[in-house]
Each structure stands twice: as structure tokens, then as C-alpha cells.
Design a protein around this ligand. Sequence first.
Ligand code: SF4
Length: 309
Amino acid sequence: MLLAADKLRLIVTGKCNLDCFYCHNEGQAKEDTFMRLDDLRRIADAVITTDTTISEVTISGGEPFLHPQLETIVAIAAGRCDRVTLVSNGVLAEPDRVRALARAGLRKLRLGVDSLDSTKPRPSPGRLGKPFAVGSVLASARTAGIGVDLNVVLTKFNRKQIAPLVRFAVDHAVSIKFFEHVAVSTFGAGGAGGSMTAVPHVSLDEFIGQARAVLGPDAAFAPVEPFGEANLSHLVGTVEIRYCRYLCTYGLCWLTGTRIDPQRYVYNCMTNRGLDRLAADAKVEELARVVERASARPCEARTIRTSHP
Ligand code: SF4
């Protein structure tokens, strides 16, 4: 069974504990949907039966920590792939839950933190009732044997946070990716494609200027293969500081892998959601056929880059 870029992305819920203004929710509507273990087990069986190569399983949402069976999901994924990664805002990442995920086979946590402000780490309405310390989550994950990377969406909200976040990354030896802002017009559902457009709030020049305040005036950002100009990176030892452009603009969205969501939609690009769906009782052969069709679709993004920073 062929997957886009040999990667599988399990979107385990449409629900989140935050409400960031730019949220694309991996193409889903914001609903209280949760991946069913039965569906996941059928997908896992198909992976075995068809001898599918998977280089990475990424578990995302919504906020995956809201899924009551997250540890089981990680264990099933880890039984098929030794590189299991979780994308989370980290607010619900209590140390005991992090340890349980490590025991289940989680290897990496991609922590979405747009600001070091402890009660406002994301551009979600209001402030957190309980302070969120990214350093504490980092420490508990590492103690449990889980690697951590940071993800940051660059917007007007956090344009003054670039230097502090780069400083944090270097000081804590954690790699960090900065993503340009993407505006969502519609989400895909029921056979209609979604629509998203790259609308950068922070130019590449502004980003590099702030990063150089920490990294030094000669810090250079070079293209990263296989992303080319879509990803520009600077290394400080083993710590990577990366600027990521919206992949649809470059026709490279498929590099993030084949997504399967709680409503059994299968898509290689967020704007293709709604075009392919697994039947609730799909047998291995049918399931593999739908996954392969979705994995090979061209990007349907209606994207126009309004400005190229
Ligand atoms: S934390 Fe992530 S999933 Fe939740 S609202 Fe923000 S961007 Fe969306």
C-alpha cells in the first residue's frame, strides 16, 4: 500500500482545548470527533498485510491529548513503525501522561508554542488558568526518553517573540520550525475541497533579522532537501532553526504524508479532504485501494501567494 512520502498522519480528533485564530485543524471542521480504535486496527492490519513501508507515523488533531485512548493509539502505531511522533500544544501534557506515552512507544513530541508567555502560549482567546512552562514539558519528555521539537506559527501575535524563541531553542538544544501564516477560507468536507492561502504576516527578511540578533550577523539560511526553497534552515551544532513556507505553494504538500481522520477521510493535502473516504467496514483490499488513490492525488489547493517575502 503506497503512502505519500511513505508517511502516515493519524488525525485522531477534531477537538481542541484551544482556539487559535489561524487553526486549519489539518483540514477538518472543528468537531468533537475521535478516531475509533476499530478503524485504526483495520488500517494497521492493512499495513501489515500489504507490507507497507512507513518511515514515520505522526499523530495529530485537534489536540491529541484529548483522545481518551491516545496511549493505545500510540502503541498500535509503534507496533507498525519505530518512528512515532505526536503534534500537540502541550498544555495537557502532564508528566504521568508523557511517561505513559513513552512506554507505549512515542519517540518524538512536536510542541506547538508560539510564545514564551506562560499564560498565552498560543493566539487563542483569553489566557490559560494555569501557567504553561514549555521548559517543564521539555524536561519531562526528555526524562521519559522522548525527543522534542518546537513548532511556531509566525503571525502578528508573536512577531516580537522570534528572537526569544530562537534563544530558547539554542539554550535548550531543541530544534525549532517557524511556519508562515496560512489563511483558511473553507475546510474540506463531503466531497468539497478546502481552500487555504499563504498570507505571511512576517517576511523572511524580518524573520532572519530577528534570528540574527541571536545567531550572529552571518547566520545563513539554506534550502533543505527535499523541500528546496520551501524550507530554509540554519544549524547551530545539532540544533536546527528552520523557516517553513506553505508547501502547497510549491506543490510539495504530499511530503507531509497520507492523512486519515476520525471520519475516515483519507487525504495527502488538507485541501483534498472530502475526496476519498474509507467505508466503515472496508476490507483490506478496498482500504488499500482508497488509501493509494488518495495518496497519489495532485494538490487541489486553490492557493495564490499574495506576496513572496
Ligand atoms: S492548538 Fe492547534 S489544533 Fe488547537 S486550535 Fe490551536 S492550531 Fe488548532
